[in-house]
Design a protein around this ligand. Structure first.
Ligand code: 2F8
Ligand code: CA
Length: 305
């Protein structure tokens, strides 16, 4: 804008000079015309002086104007130089910015390319995984169906096998009970009992029972006590304080909790360390006896463990 304004000022000044010169020429022309009308020596000198003065004045004005214009032009040039420098700086900055922006753009382009590449790879991978997942799901579904089918078959087999095993066990037990009954064993509440017809010491009696997969009788209830008494036989049972004098226990190691000692029994102290059923007509039928004594005995075989 400043540049354009300077240009405008200069042309205005030129116009002004042209106008002034033209006016002077007009005056000279006019006088020369008048001279032609009334020529005289005095007026010629005057006219000459006037012309010289006028010319001088015009020259002075023109010189002033030229100086003024030269100064203005110089100022304008300075201004223009500054503007030019500013423009150069601006262009330089713009170029630098442009380069910077272009570099950033290139960086972003590269990043975008990388990202696109990665995105493509990931998309491909995802698609592959989708296929694998679908296959796995199908396989899993098939395997589940297969497993359920096999489980069903196994359950059926289990049921069949179990019922077969139960039948076998039942048959075996029946056979065993028959054998026991035929060998003189009596069944009572999940156990089989055998009462000897001969007599032995307590230890020998026990060995006999053990050899038959049984042991001397252990009495755990009033019902069992009544059952034992009902045979009305003086016989060894599985009771002893051989391990600790005065501490009576059963042959399986269990302590004596409920006892059916006869009146004043046990009374043998260290002399009588094995138990028997003696006074079987009363509920409290037990007696402690010398273990070497020869008596009949009763074995108990537990059928349910
Ligand atoms: O039943 C009373 C008592 O009878 C006998 O002693 C006299 C017994 N001893 C023998 O038979 C060796 C005791 O054990 C019993 O307490
Ligand atoms: Ca006794």
């Amino acid at each position: 804008m400043a540049f354009y304004k300077e240009q405008y000022d200069m042309s205005a000044a030129n116009d002004e000079i042209s106008t002034t010169v033209n006016s002077s020429n007009d005056i000279l022309n006019r006088h020369s015309h008048e001279d032609s009308k009334a020529p005289s020596a005095a007026s010629g000198v005057q006219l000459y002086r006037f012309g010289t003065v006028t010319f001088g004045l015009v020259a002075l004005v023109q010189l002033g104007l030229i100086t003024f214009l030269a100064l203005r032009i110089q100022a304008s040039q300075k201004n223009l130089t500054e503007v030019k420098e500013q423009l150069i700086r601006a262009i330089y900055n713009t170029e630098a910015n442009y380069t910077n922006v272009r570099e950033k753009k290139d960086d972003l382009k590269r990043a975008l390319n990388d990202f696109s590449f990665q995105l493509n790879s990931l998309t491909e991978e995802r698609d592959k995984l989708k296929i694998v997942n679908y296959e796995m799901e199908t396989r899993s579904k098939n395997l589940t169906e297969e497993r359920d089918e096999l489980q069903g078959k196994l359950n059926n087999l289990d049921t069949e096998a179990r019922s077969r095993i139960i039948s076998l066990e039942r048959d075996k037990l029946r056979k065993r009970l028959t054998t026991l009954a035929q060998s003189g064993w009596t069944l009572f509440r999940g156990s089989a009992y055998y009462i000897s017809s001969t007599t032995k010491t307590w230890q020998e009696s026990r060995i006999y029972c053990l050899s038959a997969d049984a042991d001397l009788m252990i009495i755990n209830s009033k019902e069992e006590q009544d059952f034992a008494n009902s045979f009305q036989i003086y016989m060894w049972i599985g009771l002893t304080d051989l391990r600790t004098e005065g501490t009576w226990e059963w042959v399986d190691g269990s302590p004596l909790t409920t006892s059916y000692w006869g009146t004043t029994e046990p009374n043998g102290k260290t002399e009588e360390n094995c138990g028997d059923i003696k006074t079987f007509t009363t509920e409290r039928s037990w007696n402690d006896e010398n273990c070497s004594h020869s008596l009949k005995w009763i074995c108990e075989m537990k059928l349910t463990q």
